[in-house]
Design a protein around this ligand. Structure first.
Ligand code: COA
Ligand code: AMP
Length: 643
């Protein structure tokens, strides 16, 4: 296996220009920094539907790059993974050698269960080392994992099982939320019963926190005893373009989008981004306080730090109340974290409990060089507080499940540029970010429009949607020819700093979790008393956004009380999507504002709820409805927790 490590010292402008002007040379150079069984024959080519494909002809294995490669190159005894769970009271550490051995044996278990290259494996697990091991074990075999966030309800799990059609499922006996233990087996049983596709087995990890017997259960297989008997498996070389994973994310309908990521482009992007964006070097400790169920967890808890030879931290807890708002600072001191990544919501939660930052002073956080935030818009007050209290660069950067890594950032690993509050900073090398008007014209500084990326997207970004190429093209490529449509709106300033202002579709971000209001509307509309509804995301001082339902009752249900309907609908959304949706409030209204052609004016309602100025759209059917809505929201005190 060959790698090259020629370091180029260049400014951000130089690196960025090279990546745009000569992408093939640029990404060939980056590809040379990882180990291949066979180096790609073509750096950039097009797949059958004319979309960029990276590193065709290359052969590699992502689990090898994350583990074995480091053992062969002097890092066998370096810590690969630190597990710290204030939720369960457990702490563990694994060196690269120990982690590789665990993963190789787990891959052996999967192999004995019939899992082969190309088979799908669904992972529904809490934040525990076995979740990362499961992902790496799949990668070792060339199996395609699909991790489903543990906060999703059985219905959501069932939808993903039916789409991915996994051979097996991997899970554990419980998740832990603050002091609440959530048993997983009833959720798994329900999901498997609901799904049309039936997996052949569920490999089940029994946690000490919540022992759960699976004796006599044909579908379930005990994780610990299976691993104890397993034969380790070596990495299976796969094509660069072979899928590494599918991760489902919310679109505008009830059916989530299965984002497909390849092996080759992903590995190169993961190494590149750790170095050039985060500036974390091999041997340093990198901590992403997220969950493996989200893309941040895939990229920056598991793959990027490990491929880069960093030590990663897997944290099972919350920024507050586990046990207090000093948890993050304790973690940084104890594990000597150099670079950290979290969501603005987490900082807001900490700030709410410790406004003066007294708990920060209790710990030695001098190891922390940079804090990165993403997942939702970072409001200026949160960024300013973090800068003031931590006295280090705090970097807002913008990305999505689809991109898999940052598209806009302050590239600390190349050159730390000025921090402008409210901006996600500059285009990352590889991404030609533009702001477009509705006709597709490129807008100039300070003009707001749709954010789009000129094709080709760089390595590591989405390849397609799982078994749904048509939806992939429709959702991302059709709107503006030659561009990827990001789904966000925003503008750039004179210095090419970008400001992402929010989604232009029916997607909202609740505590940095991406959810579809369209899906919630489908569920709410299914209630027998509901004639018509709109679910909108309104501003919330802790969670960024929360959903609120505006409901028109059927004539025969006009005497149903708001409280009773709210209770029903809250229960329905918790049951179908999960508590994580934070759907807690509704308001019954007489009518919904619509255009003359019948389109519901959701944006205007959002502005009303957020107490913002708005212009009455000229296309509105009856402007008087807006006053009615405003009054209803006031009565219910909805929108009073604005940022
Ligand atoms: N499994 C089961 N349930 C879960 C869950 C999981 N993995 N994650 C969240 N939930 C549940 C919670 O228990 C809560 O249920 P409840 O309504 O019965 O109390 C609900 O979903 C909402 O959870 P959350 O949005 O996390 O709110 P919270 O009030 O429990 O905590 C914060 C607030 C700010 C502390 C928390 O949201 C947080 O840590 N945010 C940062 C999240 C983050 O890092 N996001 C980045 C992803 S890239
Ligand atoms: P997800 O796919 O869950 O990562 O969510 C992606 C969406 O989150 C983006 O399309 C944005 O709407 C939002 N988002 C992520 N990071 C940022 C950021 N730094 N600033 C503003 N919005 C962000």
């Amino acid at each position: 296996m060959s790698t090259s490590n020629t370091e180029v010292t260049a400014t951000y402008q130089e690196v960025y220009q090279q990546s745009i002007q000569n992408p093939e040379d640029f990404w060939r150079n980056e590809a040379e920094k990882i180990a291949w069984y066979e180096f790609p024959k073509q750096i950039l080519s097009q797949n059958t539907h004319g979309y960029a494909q990276w590193y065709e002809g290359g052969m590699l294995n992502t689990s090898y790059l994350a583990l074995d490669y480091h053992i062969e190159n002097g890092r066998a005894e370096q810590l690969a993974l630190i597990y710290d769970s204030p939720a369960s009271g457990v702490k563990m550490q694994y060196t690269f050698r120990e982690l590789r051995d665990e993963v190789a044996r787990l891959a052996g278990v999967l192999k004995s269960m019939g899992v082969e290259k190309g088979d799908r494996v669904v992972i529904y697990m809490p934040m525990m080392p076995q979740a990362a091991m499961a992902m790496l074990a799949c990668a070792r075999l060339g199996a395609i994992h699909s991790v489903v966030f543990g906060g999703f309800a059985p219905h959501e799990l069932a939808v993903r099982i039916d789409d991915a059609q996994p051979k097996v499922l991997l899970s554990a006996s419980c998740g832990i939320e603050f002091d609440k233990v959530i048993p997983y087996k009833p959720l798994l049983d329900k999901a498997v019963a609901q799904a049309e596709h039936k997996p052949t087995a569920i490999l089940f990890f029994e946690r000490e926190t919540y022992p759960q017997s699976i004796e006599g259960e044909d579908l379930y297989k005990d994780w610990a005893s299976a691993v104890a008997q397993a034969q380790p498996v070596d990495p299976v070389p796969v094509e660069s373009t072979h899928p590494l994973y599918i991760i489902y994310t919310s679109g505008t309908t009830g059916k989530p989008k299965g984002i497909v990521r390849d092996n080759g482009g992903h590995a190169v992007a993961m190494r590149f981004s750790m170095d050039k964006i985060y500036g974390a070097k091999p041997g340093e400790v990198f901590w992403a306080a997220s969950d493996v169920g989200w893309v941040v967890g895939h990229s920056y808890i598991v793959y990027s730090p490990l491929i880069s030879g960093c030590t990663t931290v897997l944290f099972e807890g919350k920024p507050i109340r586990t046990p207090d708002a000093g948890t993050f600072w304790r973690m940084i001191e104890e594990h000597k974290v150099s670079v950290m990544f979290t969501a603005p919501t987490a900082i807001r939660a900490i700030r709410k409990e410790d406004a003066e930052g007294e708990l920060i002073k209790k710990y030695d956080i001098s190891s922390l060089r940079t804090l990165f935030v993403a997942g939702e818009r970072c409001d200026p007050a949160t960024l300013e507080w973090s800068l003031e209290k931590l006295k280090i660069p705090v970097i807002d950067h913008w990305w999505q499940t689809e991109s898999g890594w940052a598209m806009l950032a302050n590239p600390a690993g190349i050159e730390l540029k000025e921090i402008k509050i409210g901006s996600s900073a500059l285009p990352v090398p590889g991404y030609q970010v533009e702001v477009l008007d509705p006709m597709g014209n490129v807008l100039g500084p300070n003009e707001e429009g749709a954010i789009a990326i000129k094709l080709p997207l760089p390595p590591g970004t989405l390849c397609t949607l799982w078994q749904n190429n048509e939806r992939f093209v429709d959702a991302y490529l059709k709107r503006y020819e030659g561009y990827y449509l990001a789904g966000d709106g925003g503008y750039r300033d004179e210095d090419n700093y970008f400001y992402i202002m929010g989604r232009i579709d029916d997607v909202i971000n609740v505590s940095g979790h991406r959810l579809s209001t369209g899906e919630m509307e489908e569920i709410v509309a299914g209630h027998k008393a509901v004639a018509e509804c709109a679910v909108i995301g309104i501003a919330d001082s802790l969670k960024g956004q929360v959903p609120v339902g505006l409901i028109v009752l059927k004539n025969e249900s006009k005497d149903m009380s708001e409280e009773a309907l709210e209770k029903d609908l809250v229960h329905l959304i918790r049951e179908k999507i999960g508590a994580v949706a934070c759907f807690k409030r509704i308001s019954i209204v007489e009518r919904l504002p619509k255009t003359r052609s019948g389109k519901i004016l959701r944006k205007v309602m959002r502005h009303i709820a957020d107490g913002e100025d708005f212009q009455t759209p000229s296309t509105i059917d009856d402007p008087a409805i807006l006053d009615e809505i405003q009054d209803r929201l006031k009565v219910r005190k909805i929108g009073e927790a604005n940022l």
